[in-house]
Design a protein around this ligand. Structure first.
Ligand code: NAP
Length: 498
């Protein structure tokens, strides 16, 4: 596969437009085969300092480039990504394991985001508003913040980075990006694309390395004015408190415990398709993955039967093989976590209908594969129905009616995505109002967000910010109020005037 050959054996940081090596490195392992793909640098705080220094300098110039010209670079980035879509997709499958079809879909999200955010270069709308006084003009404008730090997870190594870096860059900021150590190749490829697209040196810097060294140094760096983080709740909570003490702006997108509700009037075949796709796609390693099915008791048995039939058809293996539907788990610790939850589910009294084991036969023995798993007769209070498992494990929770379904959906600490299958238009509108999640789907699974809508969750999933959509610009800009008095005299506002 010539187009997926990397041009280096070891990745290097991209700082101030230079490719800089560091001494320490770690292997990147293909989770489908156990093979070493490349070496990722393990950088230090000193490398973060270098990157921030370069970014601070570059940002001052970049902020003065007219936004439509900044956007030209993003259009170019989008074009190059389009040309390289196949290569990027295959490399993504090699580092992350998701099946090629999904990897290509993820790259497409990045391409869409490039063109969408490039369009913002001619909008970046502020407001004009009447002023209180005669001969006075009032308006608000978006201003860039400075250097922004973005910290991304391994499960969407390219899409999430584009949701963050593209709005940051078009708004006139400079970026320091720390990708997940598990999946650094997309960051390397994106840095090369930005370089070729003509982004000035220092506007995008990539520093590879662990969260505890590089991520922590970014969070504590005075020169970084915003942290945009996607990842787990434990890490996100610590980052938020560290940023809080420094009064640093922080945007968090974290875990989910997403449910599909299947009502008694649902199209069951459609519901099964939606559940299979959103529960077992990316091997359940999506923040929006369906890991609960809240099913009306009248259709529970039939739904179980149809789910089991479809689950048997799922092929599990290396995602580069186009006949494969479910790829591997990212690594050993991901696998251990899933196995732990299978035991928890059993001990809590949920009934295991399918799966529940690691696959080790033949080529499966070289990677980390887990059989798609279905628990039934779970209750809302069980840990398997409350906690994020991040694997191909779904629990059916039977309910008596619509109201109970909504209550069960909302009973978790997370609030990312939810879905309802029903033919009743009244229930559709009640559900979109009452489901306490940032994303709601009707007659579709819990995954499938589009980049021009806000992405993020309520409650424990985040802290009120959103990735993608125009709402992403709110993370990377400050609002500035501007008053222009053209009366030629001092007019005093906010005092009583005759
Ligand atoms: P994670 O372990 O929290 O890691 C996320 C990123 O944070 C990685 O780049 C990691 O670096 C870095 N990090 C780790 N410790 C850090 C520290 N002390 N300071 C600063 N950065 C640090 O999460 P993950 O396992 O990669 O991703 C899975 C989680 O992400 C799941 O909970 C999933 O639901 C969530 N997620 C949420 C969304 C959303 O939009 N809501 C989307 C996708 C994923 P290293 O790994 O390199 O050490």
């Amino acid at each position: 596969m010539a187009e997926t050959v990397l041009d280096v054996k070891k990745l290097a940081n991209f700082i101030n437009g230079e490719w800089l090596h560091v001494n320490e490195s770690a292997p990147v392992i293909n989770p489908a085969t156990g093979e070493r793909v490349i070496e990722v640098p393990l950088s230090t705080k000193a490398n973060v300092d270098e990157a921030v220094e370069a970014a601070e300098k570059a940002q001052k110039e970049w902020a003065l480039v007219p936004a439509p010209q900044r956007a030209e670079v993003l259009f170019q980035v989008g074009n190059i990504m389009k040309e390289r879509k196949e290569r990027l997709g295959k490399l993504l499958t090699m580092e992350n394991g998701k099946v090629l079809e999904e990897a290509l879909g993820e790259v497409q999200e990045g391409i869409d985001m490039a063109f969408y955010m490039a369009g913002e270069g001619r909008r970046l709308f502020g407001q004009t508003t009447p002023a209180e006084l005669k001969d006075k003009f009032a308006m608000s404008v978006r201003a860039p913040i400075g250097v922004v730090g973005i910290i991304t997870p391994w499960n969407f190594p390219i899409a999430i980075a584009t949701w963050k870096s593209f709005p940051a860059i078009v708004a006139g900021n400079a970026v320091v990006w720390k990708p997940a150590t598990e999946t650094p190749i997309m960051a390397y490829e994106m840095a090369k694309i930005f370089e070729e697209a003509g982004l000035p040196k220092g506007v995008l810097n990539v520093v590879f390395g662990s969260g505890s060294a590089v991520g922590d140094a970014m969070v504590h760096h005075d020169g970084i004015r915003v942290i945009s983080f996607t990842g787990s709740n434990d890490i996100g909570r610590n980052i938020a408190s560290d940023c809080g003490r420094q009064l640093k702006k922080v945007s968090l997108e974290m875990g989910g415990k997403n449910a599909v509700i299947v009502m008694d009037d649902a199209d069951l075949n459609l519901a099964v398709e939606g559940i299979i796709w959103s529960a077992f796609g990316t091997s359940g390693q999506r923040c929006t993955a369906c890991s609960r099915v809240i099913v009306h008791e009248d259709v529970k048995e039939e739904l179980e039967k149809r789910l089991l039939t479809e689950m048997k058809k799922l092929t599990i293996g290396n995602g580069l093989d186009k006949s494969i539907k479910v790829g591997p788990i990212i690594n050993k610790s991901g696998m251990e976590k899933i196995k732990k939850y299978i035991e928890i589910g059993r001990s809590e009294g949920a009934k295991l209908l399918a799966g529940g084991y690691e696959l080790k036969d033949g080529e499966h023995g070289n990677g980390y594969y887990f059989a798609p798993t279905l628990f039934t007769d779970a209750t809302s209070s069980m840990r398997i129905a409350q906690e994020e498992i991040f694997g191909p494990v779904v629990s059916l929770i039977p309910v008596k009616n619509f109201e109970e379904a909504i209550d069960v959906n909302n009973s978790v600490t997370y609030g990312l995505s939810s879905s309802i299958f029903t033919a009743d238009v009244n229930r559709v509108f009640q559900a979109q109002r009452d489901l306490d999640t940032g994303i709601v789907y009707v007659n579709a699974g819990t995954t499938g967000a589009e980049i021009h809508l806000p992405f993020g969750g309520t409650k424990g999933t985040g802290n009120g910010h959103r990735d993608s959509g125009v709402q992403a610009l709110d993370v990377f800009t400050e609002w500035k109020a501007v008053y222009v008095d053209f009366s030629g005299k001092l007019q005093r506002a906010q005092i009583d005037v005759e």
